[in-house]
Design a protein around this ligand. Structure first.
Ligand SMILES: NC(=O)C1=CN([C@@H]2O[C@H](COP(=O)(O)OP(=O)(O)OC[C@H]3O[C@@H](n4cnc5c(N)ncnc54)[C@H](OP(=O)(O)O)[C@@H]3O)[C@@H](O)[C@H]2O)C=CC1
Ligand SMILES: O=C([O-])CC(=O)C(=O)O
Length: 268
């Protein structure tokens, strides 16, 4: 890795801090020049020393970077995305549940086009999205996505109204609907449903089921797709992040890959 790149992180939670730690550990030629949080008055552990801590999109005006990576939450996507893209920076989005509102995706895409910047949707906690997106070009008949997480990962969500998470003795499907409905109802657990949909057959044709498993150790994603290309089954068993059981380690790893691919001569 030789060329270096300056980036911003929008969010310094479980995923943002993990991405920064991995980049530092791997000595990737990347400088994190700004980190955005909600509350910039609170001091942050392990913040990269060259990073400005900011909390308002207008503060990006003084920041020179080519890429901003959002790892903050659904409500942050539009306000930060507007300023990032307006400045001509590429914008990588993790809180893809923001796109359950078609207007958000339409506005950011238009802005990216106008500024010659890129709106990037990384695979998040998933893999195999390249194959799904390729297959979709020939036409897909169906895509199903099942998300299986330990019961505790669903705590604090409307799963609690549908089953007694602490009393479960076996894997329980507590929700089944379209990807749009699932990502709307579970913005911290089902961003992936939007990624599968954008790659495949859209938010209203992609079917999602959510499972709470009292004995699960992993956040598991099972995607089944059929179409003119043939059939595919994608299954990942992701280790949850120690600092947030709702989010998977793979999400941070896919962002590290995306960032490093911007500076590597060979893209894998
Ligand atoms: N695409 C995918 O496959 C996946 C996506 N995700 C999504 O990624 C996002 C980040 O996840 P995670 O790191 O676990 O979340 P955390 O809750 O651990 O961290 C969120 C961070 O974002 C900051 N933040 C929140 N809102 C704003 C805002 N409006 N402006 C600036 N900063 C803000 C918080 O600031 P403060 O510290 O001040 O509170 C915090 O630092 C979530 O939306 C999550 O659902 C997660 C897993 C997979
Ligand atoms: O990390 C995961 O397994 C998926 C996730 O939380 C999300 O899509 O929001």
């Amino acid at each position: 890795m030789s060329v270096s790149e300056d980036i911003c992180l929008i969010g310094w939670g479980a995923i943002g801090a993990r991405v920064a730690a991995l980049l530092a550990e791997r000595r990737s030629p990347v400088r994190i020049v700004a980190v955005a949080v909600r509350d910039a008055s609170r001091s942050r552990r392990d913040l990269p020393k060259e990073a400005a801590l900011i909390s308002h999109p207008a503060e990006l005006a003084g920041v020179k970077a080519k890429l901003a990576v959002e790892v903050a939450g659904r409500d942050s996507v539009l306000p930060w995305g507007r300023v990032v893209l307006e400045a001509g920076m590429d914008f990588a989005i993790s809180s893809t549940s923001a796109f359950v509102d078609d207007r958000v995706l339409a506005e950011l895409t238009k802005l990216a086009q106008a500024r010659d910047a890129k709106l990037l949707v990384p695979p998040g906690a998933l893999g195999g999205i390249d194959a799904l997106a390729a297959a979709a070009r020939l036409g897909l008949a169906s895509v199903e996505h099942r998300i299986i997480k330990p019961a505790r990962a669903w705590a604090g969500t409307i799963a609690e109204n549908r089953c007694d998470l602490e009393a479960l003795t076996e894997p329980t499907v507590f929700y089944a609907d379209t990807a749009r409905a699932a990502a709307d109802a579970f913005p911290q657990n089902a961003n992936v449903a939007v990624i599968t949909s954008l790659a495949g057959i859209g938010l209203d044709r992609t079917r999602v089921s959510l499972v709470a498993d009292p004995t699960a150790l992993f956040n598991t994603h099972e995607i089944h797709a059929e179409g003119d290309f043939g059939r595919m089954e994608i299954r990942l068993e992701n280790r949850p992040l120690a600092t947030n059981p709702k989010s998977s380690e793979m999400t941070a790893l896919n962002l590290v890959r995306l960032i490093e691919n911007r500076v590597l001569p060979l893209l894998i």
